[in-house]
Design a protein around this ligand. Structure first.
Ligand code: ZN
Ligand code: ZN
Length: 369
């Protein structure tokens, strides 16, 4: 069948909307008619060629839509189900068996190769391969082919939460919230500092609020993001450009330091500030992607003081567990992730990508109607 996708013909180039052909589904695949697709910074990195993908390729990895068809071996969703597409995993390796699918041994092959494991592509154009399967979906298109493991059925959708808004729960929101819930695991009353208040950082702020953290300090130079952080739960915000000494500004709020820090920027300077913000011992999780290889320097003294520097991928989350939990928290009014979203019609994808680059929009969602 035919679909219209945003196609990149060269890294660094613009995307153009083009028709492609979707071939027969494999046994464990699901065809989804897209309703909405969030844009995540990893899409920008791939579009710029920082994550190498064979051309031509289709990006998009925060899809939400309705199941149009299922492969022969799919029995977890059926035609007509509302679904959210997340990252893919094999289900069989040691990490998947231990319920850490983000660390699946086949993660790169399933999510970053542009093909199925057998080398075939889900999409073609004029009988030539089009590389899809990005994060197991390539959802910047009117239809997407996903795997059964990364297709999450939406539990009864709350009134007031449109289907097209749900895609970001599949990656950016999942990553920020999962890092707090699964990696840092704060106790009520413990302090946290979040560096960078984009989609991932603000999701970490919301999860810290749910966990009862205090203080919750959001740090970002962007003037519109700090008030937004306070709306979704930050107790304090800091403009790093507006203070002489950011470490002292944090100490002014948190005294001996915060128990946890989340870095969503990935630069050496920000990781060093994040470590400096910690009390002893304290744990910092670094999530920001700068490049596939990114050497940074830290002072070993931080580690000798018992501080931990760790990282994370997809919040170490099982999408089938955490996504329904986040929707339930939204229903309770405790996780207002919809406040991060700006809608863009699908044909305006380049404007939406630019809005992420410039910081004008926190979480653009492409709408396919
Ligand atoms: Zn696996
Ligand atoms: Zn992402």
């Amino acid at each position: 069948m035919k679909a219209t996708v945003a196609l990149w013909k060269e890294p660094g180039g613009p995307a153009s909307l083009e028709p492609v052909e979707i071939g027969a589904l494999a046994a464990r695949e699901v065809l989804v008619r897209m309703s909405g697709g969030g844009i995540c910074r990893t899409d920008l990195a791939a579009a710029a060629g920082i994550v190498p993908l064979p051309v031509p390729f289709v990006l998009g990895h925060e899809g939400a839509g309705v199941v149009e068809a299922v492969g022969a071996a799919v029995d977890t969703v059926e035609v007509g189900d509302e679904v959210i597409l997340s990252f893919d995993s094999c289900g069989d390796c040691v990490q998947c068996a231990a319920n850490h699918p983000a660390f699946c041994e086949l993660f790169p092959a399933l999510n970053y190769s542009g093909t199925r494991l057998d080398g075939s592509t889900t999409l073609t154009q004029d009988d030539l391969p089009v590389h899809g399967s990005w994060l197991g979906q390539s959802s910047f298109g009117t239809y997407a082919v996903a795997g059964v493991r990364n297709t999450v059925k939406v539990p009864t959708r709350p009134a007031g939460l449109p289907l097209e808004f749900l895609g970001p729960l599949g990656c950016g929101v999942l990553a920020g919230a999962g890092t707090v819930f699964n990696v840092l695991r704060p106790q009520p009353g413990q302090g946290i500092a979040v560096f960078g208040l984009g989609g991932v950082g603000l999701s970490a702020v919301m999860a810290a609020t749910v966990a009862g953290c205090h203080p919750i300090i959001g740090i970002d130079p962007h003037p519109r993001r700090r008030p937004l952080a306070q709306e979704v739960g930050a107790t304090h915000t800091i403009d790093p450009g507006g203070v002489d000494d950011i470490d002292r500004a944090i100490a002014h709020i948190a005294g001996a330091g915060v128990d946890f820090a989340v870095d969503t920027v990935g630069s050496g300077a920000v990781v060093r500030h994040a470590l400096m913000s910690l009390r002893m011992p304290g744990v910092c999780a670094t999530l920001g992607l700068q490049a596939m290889k990114n050497d940074i320097t830290i002072d070993q003294g931080h580690l000798q003081m018992g501080r931990t520097l760790t990282g994370g991928l997809e919040g170490d989350a099982d999408p089938h567990t955490l996504i329904p939990h986040l929707i339930d928290l939204w229903r309770q009014g405790r996780f207002p992730f919809d406040q991060l979203i700006t809608r863009f019609p699908f044909p305006r994808i380049e404007d939406a990508l630019e809005a992420v680059r410039s910081g004008k929009a926190v979480k653009p969602v492409l709408v396919f109607d």
